[in-house]
Ligand binder design. Structure first.
Ligand SMILES: *Cc1c(COP(=O)(O)O)cnc(C)c1O
Length: 400
């Protein structure tokens, strides 16, 4: 079937939860995708920061193939060696002592919210101490609790009553955070760098000040690294840039190279609040996804991916600054850490994305006016150059 035929069929049977573009990717390799008509695309979205090692990385493919032929699923009623090894690997490279596995970013954040509430109740004896402060323009997922945590009206609209206990404050505003804390607050939950909210990078000291506030008020600091973790910023976890550690961290997106996984990591004295019966997941951390994740994490750590990300991030940022200088009427600013890069536009970016598609470039616009560049961390200079050439040709056409 060609793309048009797939799109027509989709229109008849798929729920309309996404404003999908008329592109039907059927094969991928590295930074390239091919659609059902054989058209090639340069992929600067990478499954929304999921395919950090590019499409179909040989080590991930091999791990999935071997594990699929050995044991796909068995249940968390039993011990799962791949899950144990993955937990050990993630803990040995982070502040955390223990991991819980689930299937998505929203589920990881759900787990974090439940753990924070239970920990608060267990340690203070106050059931009313369940408040969690999150940021305006944040994004934490699409389940009811994570929609309630998310600081975007467009995500919450139509679904009230929301889950009680979330307060939203402006991101990167420590005074607002301080004044939102009350006797019933148990945690602060933040993305170290906001992704869906428009690639918002906080001031160097913001997260340190949040950490200090949390320590002073005995609050847990939950960092949602679902999008910016796993090497995206040039460090394994984004909070490493800011010289702090959280109490709980959530990961998902890139963790298993495209296989569906989420994890919630915590220090021992907090993890202790979860005991048999308090939380769980049928699929969470099954042998197949954990084998994929092990191959992904090991590749990131063993093949110099973090250094490469830092280097290519600087190169991409420099090239985009060049574009910004050439098109000052179109581009407001460029910002980024590693390969988490945003270009603020003076105009909505939807048409630029569509023109990119015509020219074989997959790009994304978030928060209406921010072009988000999250290519595979394995992207080459030649691929960045090719993307820049396409972008400049689009901008040249747009600018009157
Ligand atoms: C994508 C994302 C989520 C939600 O992850 P899902 O796997 O779609 O549930 C949560 N938080 C952040 C920061 C994200 O970018």
């Amino acid at each position: 079937m060609n793309s048009a035929q797939w799109i027509e069929k989709s229109d008849r049977c798929i729920m309309k939860t996404y404003g999908r573009y008329p592109i039907v990717p059927v094969r991928g390799e590295g930074c390239r995708l091919w659609d059902a008509d054989g058209k090639e695309y340069l992929d600067f979205l990478a499954g929304v920061a999921v395919n950090n090692l590019g499409h179909c990385h040989p080590r991930v493919v091999k791990a999935i193939q071997e594990q699929a032929a050995t044991l796909i699923h068995c249940s968390n009623y039993y011990q799962i060696p791949q899950q144990i090894e993955l937990a050990e690997l993630l803990c040995s490279h982070s502040f955390a002592d223990r991991a819980f596995f689930c299937n998505s970013g929203a589920e990881a954040n759900e787990a974090a919210i439940k753990l924070a509430r239970k920990h608060s109740r267990d340690t203070t004896g106050k059931p009313e101490r369940y408040g969690i402060i999150t940021a305006a323009e944040s994004f934490h997922g699409r389940t009811m609790a994570t929609v309630s945590a998310t600081g975007q009206e467009k995500v919450q609209r139509f679904f009230d009553p929301l889950l009680h206990g979330f307060t939203h404050v402006p991101f990167n505003d420590i005074a607002a955070m301080a004044s939102a804390i009350d006797d019933n607050t148990c945690a602060v939950m933040l993305e170290p760098i906001q992704g869906e909210g428009g690639v918002n990078i906080p001031d160097a000291t913001y997260l340190q000040q949040v950490r200090e506030l949390c320590d002073r008020h005995n609050l847990l600091l939950i960092l949602d690294e679902v999008q910016v973790g796993m090497g995206r910023t040039g460090k394994l976890f984004a909070h490493e840039h800011f010289g702090i550690t959280p109490d709980i961290m959530t990961l998902a997106k890139a963790l298993a190279g495209g296989a569906p996984i989420g994890t919630m990591l915590a220090r021992e004295e907090i993890a202790r609040a979860f005991v048999p019966g308090t939380h769980g997941s049928t699929f969470g951390g099954n042998p197949l996804v954990c084998a994929a994740a092990l191959a992904t994490v090991r590749t990131i750590l063993e093949e110099g991916i973090l250094n490469r990300t830092e280097e290519m991030g600087e190169y991409l940022l420099g090239e985009l600054e060049g574009v910004a200088a050439k098109f000052p009427k179109l581009v407001k600013n460029v910002r980024g850490i590693g390969l988490m890069v945003g270009m603020g536009l003076q105009i909505p970016g939807g048409d630029i994305v569509k023109k990119g598609h015509e020219l074989g470039l997959l790009l994304n616009v978030t928060h209406d006016t921010v072009l988000r560049f999250v290519p595979p961390l394995t992207v080459s200079k030649a691929e960045v150059d090719a993307m820049i050439a396409i972008l400049e040709s689009i901008f040249a056409e747009v600018e009157i």
